[in-house]
Design a protein around this ligand. Structure first.
Ligand code: PLP
Ligand code: COI
Length: 341
């Protein structure tokens, strides 16, 4: 029985659900892992994660489809990206096939928390890993915990799919050591001041520039950018210091193969933003959130799509992507993992 939750009023927050997956790494190997009802984590005061921030995470969603199945969107790509994060942080990789199996197990164990089709909510899945044993010299931990919890969520930005206003940030998104392409907790910790500051000034997010030249568009705190040109092309920034968004990679494919659009994955300069017709933020949490305006130190860049609605091309991309995720449109081979028939 579906939980008695007012799905349509959910924001992007944490609700404790019943079961989570836990696996421990010790003496060079992972144990089998178990589902547990215990939501608390107890670790040494000297744990590697607490001293040197040795932790990374992933984010994906489960959806109820139009015909009542429960599915996940491309969990194999989250497993791959988590492997990349682990390698860069000197953490042991959790085997990618086991990652996907564990995602399915946790969703199944919390099936009553998967929001119904059409409710506007989805089940957010958060895999993460941290160094758990005492570490005092600057070196990697030798013991780790990998966990997955799930929580039902609504839209990431208040107002759902209403266009937002963001600003060009003077801060950099990621920790300044070339780790921007991985989902290291530290990158997000480094962005917390920037996001609070943006909110205090009335902006929904920060547009981060490349730290070296401060002329190129990178991404925001939790999403990649997509832009639509006046002649209907999809343009999306290429940089090896932004997170390789699974949503963005999927949209590039959808634009080309489903909508017959031209796609440019290239460096995007701050200077050229004024020439685009539409702008959006894409990610698991953000889905596609339209941007109506970008403020660059008092100078306003207003997209012709305006502040009332999503632009027409962004809307087509949104409808196609969410159509694939919710089973209204046939997905490319291997994109959908069915968890419950
Ligand atoms: N960029 C950042 C910094 C993110 O945190 C996220 C969210 O995961 C994304 C981009 C979007 O990535 P994905 O589409 O894989 O969720
Ligand atoms: C996600 O979209 O999964 C993220 O990790 C981004 C964060 C804003 C929640």
């Amino acid at each position: 029985m579906s939980k008695n939750i007012d799905w349509s009023s959910l924001g992007f927050g944490y609700i404790e659900t019943e079961q989570r997956f836990v696996s421990n790494y010790k003496d060079g190997s992972w144990d089998e892992g178990v589902l547990t009802g215990d939501s608390q984590v107890v670790i040494s005061e000297c744990a590697g994660v607490l001293q040197y921030a040795q932790t990374c995470f992933e984010g994906l969603k489960a959806y109820t489809t139009e015909d009542g199945k429960v599915v996940c969107f491309r969990p194999d790509l989250n497993a791959q990206r988590m492997s990349d994060s682990c390698k860069r942080l000197e953490m042991p990789v959790f085997p990618e096939d086991k990652f996907v199996e564990a995602v399915a197990k946790v969703v199944e164990a919390n099936i009553d928390y998967v929001p119904p089709y059409g409710s506007g909510a989805t089940l957010y899945i958060r895999p993460y890993m941290f160094g758990s044993n005492p570490v005092i010299g600057v070196k990697p931990a030798t013991e780790y915990q990998f966990r997955i919890f799930v929580t039902p969520v609504g839209p990431y930005f208040k107002g759902g799919v209403k266009p937002i206003v963001i600003r060009v940030s003077d801060f950099d998104r990621a920790a300044p050591n070339g780790t921007g392409h991985i989902k290291a907790g530290l990158n997000y910790a480094m962005s917390l001041h920037a996001i609070q500051d943006a909110h205090e000034q009335g902006y929904a997010e920060n547009l981060y520039l490349d730290p070296a030249t401060r002329t190129k568009v990178e991404e925001t705190g939790g999403a990649n950018f997509i832009f639509i040109t006046k002649d209907g092309k999809l343009v999306t920034p290429k940089s090896n210091s932004i997170l390789p968004s699974i949503t963005r990679r999927s949209l590039m494919y959808v634009a080309e193969k489903y909508l017959g659009m031209e796609v440019e994955h290239r460096e995007v300069y701050l200077d050229e933003l004024k020439d685009f017709a539409e702008c959006g933020l894409c990610g698991t949490a953000a889905v596609i959130s339209p941007v109506g305006k970008i403020v660059d130190h008092g100078k306003e860049i207003c997209f012709p799509s305006g502040m009332d609605d999503m632009g027409p091309v962004t809307k087509k991309l949104y409808d196609t992507l969410t159509g694939i995720q919710m089973g209204r449109i046939e997905a490319p081979e291997g994109w959908i993992k069915v968890i419950k028939e």
